[in-house]
Write a new protein. Structure first.
Length: 189
């Protein structure tokens, strides 16, 4: 389901244009420019956390629609992309939890002679890694995706997730140790 039309606009919201171009003495970025600059990065983040290209597009668009609806507030932030990143990270994790619950329901239904399971997403050269990342605890997976997909710094990740830089460092270290154990058993970190 596409939320934005071909012109990058939210259907039915043409009358809801954000207010004037200035925010507290500085020029506020136009939503369309912001959307075009950040779109691919947010889809990449959502894909890393969800494992689904289709879901990633939807999750990113949902975050942008939320930002558009509150653009007067979001645009006034020092880093509006941080707000959108946080929405994408949280929504991706919620989507993954729902997907896991749905998968358990499908397995039960198939075991009782119900409908067949659906094919998984097409594999890529890094699919095994991202599959293991999605098995990590939520904050570890989010830190890994924000660090490796979007190349964010530790302070940027900390701001996005609402935690300290030391906490981000701990999550990344633990994630790396776990991934090395799972992907290369016997190798030291």
């Amino acid at each position: 389901m596409t939320i934005l039309d071909a012109g990058g606009q939210v259907p039915g919201m043409a009358d809801e244009q954000p207010p004037g171009p200035r925010v507290e003495g500085r020029i506020r970025e136009d939503f369309d420019v912001f959307f075009e600059r950040e779109r691919k990065k947010m889809i990449g983040l959502a894909y890393a956390l969800s494992g689904s290209g289709i879901a990633a597009e939807d999750l990113a668009q949902e975050a942008f629609v939320a930002a558009y609806r509150r653009w007067d507030v979001v645009a006034a932030l020092d880093q509006p992309e941080g707000w959108v990143r946080k929405v994408v990270a949280n929504n991706s994790w919620s989507w993954l939890r729902r997907r896991k619950a749905e998968s358990r329901a499908v397995v039960k239904a198939v075991a009782r002679g119900g409908w067949p399971t659906q094919p998984s997403d097409l594999p890529s050269d890094s699919e095994e890694l991202w599959c293991e990342v999605r098995k990590l605890p939520r904050r570890q997976a989010q830190c890994v995706a924000l660090y490796y997909v979007l190349d964010l710094t530790m302070p940027e990740i900390a701001e996005t997730l609402g935690c300290s830089k030391a906490t981000v460092n701990t999550h990344l270290r633990r994630a790396k140790e776990t991934l090395v154990d799972r992907l290369e058993p016997g190798r030291e970190t």
